[in-house]
Design a protein around this ligand. Structure first.
Ligand code: APR
Length: 310
């Protein structure tokens, strides 16, 4: 036994394993990788492989793999990546019914033995799966948060840093809204070392980056044949880090809204402050008419997807 935080990752596939590896490198806590019995010893194998990186990288996090929820008891935090990934030609929305069943089942089992857990949902379609986890868990909204905006913003930051030929650390990008092609990149709130983008890049270049960011997931699906895993895993890991270290990090996350941006009773990507309690605040920023229209379109798309829920 150790006194390190206990982190469970459900779904030891591409995203789950990448997330676990990223968190282990930062020694965030002891990590349990859980998958379905049909995967047999795969979670154990992945955990053991990662454990043996410890002496090379210099971390002491203990990693274990399992198909048994008993091993996850009293987790501080749980990242849910269980589900079926998006295949080429398949929209996130196609995934709804399969992943709803998986996420609801996983959530109930995790919460049953970890009543104080904070859930980070990664399974797509993200905002809809967050609602499934929220409802199935009966946890308060500050303990059920979705990963989307960290990844979408990281993609936009990558493209902006490349276009401006500057360090990624100089680039702040703000992508709110649903995790889909109708996400809402807020160009007005992006900057390079505090300088508005429009001072450094031509409008056409910025527009092209906005478009590429919106289609960022699809671009990778087309290249890889399956959805991406390294950046999604790191994005979820960074949320776990902000929470366990009580960083008060402000990043875009999918949160349950109760009137913010005029939206109620649904999950939507917004600026959020993450700390030891989980979601510690939703930060609403003023939007102009064009941005409000984008938010509405994005929210409508999520509502549409939600209709596919059983
Ligand atoms: N309980 C636990 N694990 C499950 C369950 C379940 N009920 N159902 C499926 N899984 C596991 C699968 O066995 C698989 O190992 O979830 C894992 C998913 O891994 P991958 O198929 O490699 O998919 P991945 O690329 O990791 O994506 C997972 O994250 O970014 C999203 O769109 C992506 O929804 C997808 C999720």
């Amino acid at each position: 036994m150790s006194n390190r935080p206990k982190i469970t990752v459900v779904g030891a596939g591409n995203v789950g394993a990448s997330c676990a590896a990223w968190m282990a490198e930062r020694d965030l806590g002891d990590i349990i990788l859980l998958d379905i019995p049909a995967t047999k010893d795969m979670p154990k194998g992945k955990a053991l492989d990662m454990q043996q990186v410890g002496p090379i990288s210099g971390y002491n996090a203990r990693l274990s793999g399992t198909t048994d929820y008993a091993a996850t008891a009293d987790s501080d935090i749980c990242v849910i990546t269980a589900g079926v990934p998006r295949k080429p030609g398949m929209s996130r929305e196609d995934l709804v019914s399969i992943n709803q069943g998986i996420v609801a089942d996983v959530t109930k089992k995790i919460v049953a033995s970890s009543p104080n857990v904070i859930l980070i949902v990664v399974t797509n379609p993200l905002d809809t799966m967050c609602s499934v986890a929220y409802k199935s868990s009966s946890l308060p909204k500050h303990r059920v948060i979705g990963q989307a905006g960290v990844l979408d913003s990281a993609r936009m930051r990558t493209f902006l840093a490349q276009a401006a030929d500057v360090a990624v650390q100089n680039v702040t990008a703000a992508v709110i809204g649903g995790h889909g092609d109708e996400m809402v990149p807020l160009v007005r709130y992006c900057n390079i070392a505090g300088i508005p983008l429009t001072n450094l890049l031509k409008k056409e270049r910025i527009d092209a980056i906005v478009e590429r960011t919106r289609k960022g997931g699809g671009e990778l699906v087309n290249l890889l044949g399956v959805s991406a895993w390294l950046a999604p895993g790191a994005a979820a890991g960074s949320m776990v880090e902000a929470i366990l270290k009580d960083s008060k990090l402000v990043i875009p996350c999918s949160c349950y809204l109760e009137g913010e941006y005029g939206l109620k009773g649904m999950y939507f990507g917004v600026y959020a402050k993450l700390g030891r309690k989980g979601l510690e605040a939703v930060i609403e920023v003023p939007l102009n008419d064009e941005e409000k229209a984008m938010v509405k379109k994005s929210a409508d798309l999520i509502q549409d997807t939600m209709k596919a829920l059983k």
